[in-house]
Design a protein around this ligand. Sequence first.
Ligand SMILES: C[S@@+](CC[C@H](N)C(=O)[O-])C[C@H]1O[C@@H](n2cnc3c(N)ncnc32)[C@H](O)[C@@H]1O
Ligand code: SF4
Ligand code: SF4
Length: 460
Amino acid sequence: MSTNKIIPLKVETRPAVVPLAAGESKCDAGRYHVYSIDDARRLFGGRKIYLWGAGQKGRGFWQALNRCGFTVESFIDSSPEMLTKSFMGVGTISPDNFFALPDVRDNAFVLTASVDIKNKVMFEELQRHGFERGVSFENIQTLSPFYPTIEVTGLCNLRCSSCIRSDKSLIEDGNYMSYEDYEKVITKMVGEIPFVYLVDLYVFGEPMLNKDLPRMIRLNNRLGLASGMSTNLYSIKHLKAVLDEFPAQIRVSLSGASEATYDVTHTGGKWSKLEKHLQTLAELVSERGHRTIVEVYYHLYQHNQHEIGVIKDLCARYGFRFHPSLAVLFSDFALQYSRDGTLPDSAKVANELTLIAMDRLLQDCRDHADLNCILTRIVPVINWDLSVMPCCNYTYSKIAPNYLDVPLAELIRERTHSSVCANCQSHALHRWNNQGFYSDFVARIVAENTQPALDEAAAD
Ligand SMILES: C[S@@+](CC[C@H](N)C(=O)[O-])C[C@H]1O[C@@H](n2cnc3c(N)ncnc32)[C@H](O)[C@@H]1O
Ligand code: SF4
Ligand code: SF4
């Protein structure tokens, strides 16, 4: 096994605090305008609406538009696979055919619905054909700028070393959000963010433990909301019922692919059990026509990088997406370490195994301290007991006791100037766990650890 741990920087003194100007905040979500239905009506100006991107985001946003009383003329997509498909009776045309439509610039309003890089290409193409942003096209994120997160379960069945749940003494066990409370939360949310199209259903808990999860997904589907889920898949008691509701996507978190590695960082787990659960998941998804996308989120550490190939093969076999990520310790631990150089014993196992040392990760954050918080758009963050948290990265602190009683704009103001955010920013941790920044590093680790297998195959 190669060790890619980056040599820690020499740290003479700590903590290295980043000074903040009085009243300054790097996580002010108040600068984003939430579109009302009337705002959208004015923006579209009675023109035919086209959604560019017929994938998960486009389909999700189709549902939000439908909920708000708008009709989509057609999807635009260049992928041959998408061109043959319709969704809810709405067909797809290619970009070339769209731009060839008569008087298209006067008659059409385009909403782009893709990931950042692809959106940029779409913007350029639209501008080349005389479309103007804010006049005849817009990105869906402009209409719905926030990504709400709801902790449906304040409990977990594992004790991952990197996670604040690594030691029972660090965090109190919570409870389950009831379906009735969830319905009230979603009803308020849809009223306050009319074009919301995605809700994440986890923070520091294991969502699959909540028996009401299937009903919550059903409600989301009925309202036109995609349900974001991340699970350790260690309990599959409710899995069948969840899949019967056809959630758009499920993320499975893993940090090893053998008895020797899995439970080192997924503490308390057994690989043989997880392996069976992955197979069951594959069978259930397949029986339901692969309508749910499964993503395996593989946390890369020193001790499990040699098993990347095993997980990639498993993903290929089961039709899952492979998503490698850089394993880091959770923000509470990073903050403690940045303050006084210590860590709880339970977190030391993971800290010893990260591919990039904590000191270096903190230095990277400080190098980017002047940039905005990467979680600015993650609001509101609602706990299982309906209290509202400033952030999905720090354990259960409160900015309001009950989400149902406080308007969104007030919650955003509270968050912007909360002491949790101020402390976090003074250690530059608003740039912590910036996976995008490490994507080239992760790609290199994946290539290095899968290349030998390819070389051997070529030699055979
Ligand atoms: C605290 S978990 C809660 C959801 C669920 N229990 C799970 O583990 O998927 C939230 C997210 O943190 C991610 N995560 C856990 N440990 C991590 C680590 N060491 N590095 C990066 N992400 C991690 C998980 O993959 C998951 O998507
Ligand atoms: S990362 Fe997820 S599975 Fe692991 S202890 Fe934390 S909440 Fe549980
Ligand atoms: S606490 Fe969370 S939201 Fe606030 S600045 Fe830090 S990362 Fe951003």
